[in-house]
Design a protein. Structure first.
Lengths: 168, 402
């Protein structure tokens, strides 16, 4: 991840749902009000009166998904491009999970890939979808493609681990 | 004509008229509650068109209306939410109760109405209308605002407090005296705590027992359970409304979600009947003498609500504009005040209470949502900004000389 982890605050709205909001580094506050009936409002806060919403934009399921996709995908690409530029020795590789991999149905954390190879798994491609920055509890499925960033040796190590060749 | 035929004609015409009124109200951004009350006044004793055949039907419908209003309120909250909220917002709830119930009680005593009526009027002025306020906040696009959780917590605590207050009032109005009332209160406290514990521990199991996949069965089972528990609660003198509220709280998850959707149209129908019924039981001729007292009480307790919101929002660090928004939003009284007044009417404790409550609710529920819009006007914002600048200058410490 680039930069510090962003703090998202969660506030229950009894009888309505829940509100998530975060303060951006530019000082603006953005939030999402998730209604219990599935409706979502994207809310932008006033600069002069940070307690009030300047705009509250209702989003349908499809719209929310599309917005999340746009934000998520551009972030992923940006991160990958940035990494490539920053360090010449760092490589990005897509590694398909072999059919006989011992990690099908197991957690990403079980691979201990980062500890053992110092390469990071930054995304998983599944059914033409990008799952960005999967956590240690992410569970692999057959036909997953892992996007890893690391040195040549590190990436080879990840390939070997996923194939079940690294037994230690 | 057969009496059933007349009943059909009367109820049909009444509902049609209510539908038209509701539509008219929505055009002006008005809650339908005051319109239903006015319709009831027009139809009832001493009104323009007295209803004869359908009065009994409407009174049963009104009873069901209260039960449905309360079960829907319970369905909106989960037990965990209630308990979690109670911890965080209890001080705000206490401020709210003190600032708004005491003026009502004092007002009744000032008019020489006796302590039972004072207890009832305290409840009427205490409880804001969660239905009207939630609607106003949604309409004004304020759900994401930082003061909104404060407003909602105050409403939740009021609603929960009703689970204790209603049994107390029901018992007192039944003429058992203060000791009997406190006994009913003790029973209510034990019941509510038991229901909350059961709902938090086994809520998912209870909800699982009712299948979501069959909508018809779900509707009948939830409605049946609610009416049954409400009836048993009334039999035990713990107030039918509270029984229904507790059923709503005990249900959670997908069952609560689906039940809410299915019961909503029923609630709208019977709640309309309930408000009309309350209007029916008031003679319009009794209204003029209580108009001025009702206005005075409304001004007094709307001011105390503004102060409540102001203090509650200040506690959680919301700035002055948000404090005022919270206060102004909390003003409308509605369904609960009418439910409480309805209990008093049924017991006949003070004949002037019902017309006063009607006028009071009409004033607050019409002007409240209008006043809630004030903070959105530019001139209001300018005044507030000037005040804030002034205050800042005053509180900025003068650099002390060394």
């Amino acid at each position: 991840m680039v930069g510090v982890r962003v703090r998202v605050e969660q506030t229950p709205l009894p009888g309505i749902g829940v509100r998530h909001d975060l303060v951006t580094s530019s000082g603006r506050t953005v939030g999402v009000v998730s209604h219990r009936n599935g409706r979502r409002d994207l809310v932008l806060y006033d600069v002069d009166d940070p307690d009030a919403c300047l705009a509250s934009i209702p989003l349908t399921d499809g719209e929310a998904e599309a917005l999340a996709d746009v934000l998520g995908a551009s972030l992923m690409l940006g991160q990958l491009a940035g990494l490539r530029q920053q360090a010449a020795g760092l490589l990005t590789e897509q590694i398909a999970l072999p059919a006989g991999s011992p990690f099908v149905g197991r957690k990403l954390g079980d691979t201990r890939a980062r500890t053992r190879t110092s390469a990071s798994i930054v995304a998983v491609l599944r059914d033409r979808e990008v799952i960005a920055s999967p956590g240690p509890s992410f569970v692999f499925e057959a036909n997953d493609v892992v996007v890893a960033v690391g040195t040549r040796d590190g990436l080879d190590g990840v390939t070997a681990i996923l194939a079940g060749e690294h037994d230690d | 004509m057969h009496s059933t035929t007349i009943l059909l004609i009367e109820v049909g015409a009444l509902l049609f008229a209510l539908g038209m009124l509701g539509r008219l109200g929505r055009k002006f951004g008005l809650s339908p509650i005051p319109l239903y009350l006015l319709a009831g006044l027009a139809f009832g004793h001493g009104g323009f068109v007295p209803l004869s055949a359908s009065e009994e039907f409407i009174s049963v419908g009104a009873e069901i209306g209260v039960i449905l209003l309360l079960v829907m309120l319970g369905l909106e909250y989960s037990a965990t939410e209630l308990v979690g909220n109670l911890r965080a917002a209890a001080p705000a709830g206490v401020i709210d109760a003190l600032l708004n119930a005491i003026p009502g009680a004092g007002f009744a005593l000032l008019l020489g109405w006796g302590w039972q009526a004072a207890l009832v009027l305290a409840g009427i002025t205490w409880v804001s209308s969660s239905g009207v306020i939630a609607k106003v906040l949604g309409d004004l696009g304020r759900l994401g605002n930082r003061e909104t959780p404060v407003i909602l917590s105050v409403l939740v605590i009021e609603d929960l407090a009703m689970a204790f207050y209603l049994p107390l009032v029901t018992a007192v109005l039944a003429g058992v005296g203060l000791v009997g009332g406190l006994k009913a209160l003790a029973v209510a406290v034990v019941t509510v705590i038991a229901v909350l514990v059961v709902a938090i521990r086994y809520g998912s199991a209870i909800s699982k027992a009712m299948s979501v996949s069959d909508p018809e069965a779900l509707l009948l089972s939830v409605l049946g359970l609610t009416l049954f528990v409400a009836g048993v609660a009334a039999e035990l003198k713990v107030s039918a409304a509270v029984g229904a509220f507790l059923v709503g709280i005990a249900l959670s998850g997908p069952v609560a979600h689906h039940a809410t959707q299915m019961l909503e149209p029923l609630r709208d129908l019977f709640a309309a009947v309930f408000f009309v019924f309350f209007g029916l039981s008031t003679d319009p001729a009794d209204m003029p003498p209580v108009l001025l007292p009702a206005l005075a009480l409304a001004v007094l307790t709307m001011t105390t609500k503004v102060f409540t919101g102001y203090l509650a929002a200040k506690r959680v660090g919301v700035a002055l504009p948000g404090q005022l928004r919270a206060g102004l939003a909390l003003m409308p009284r509605g369904e609960f005040s009418v439910v409480i007044a309805g209990l008093a009417v049924a017991s006949g404790v003070e004949p002037r209470l019902a017309p006063l409550a009607t006028a009071y609710v009409l004033i607050t529920v019409v002007t409240g949502p209008m006043l809630a819009r004030l903070p959105d006007y530019q001139w209001f914002k300018n005044i507030v900004r000037r005040r804030m600048a002034l205050r800042q200058r005053r509180t900025t410490p003068v650099p002390a000389g060394e």
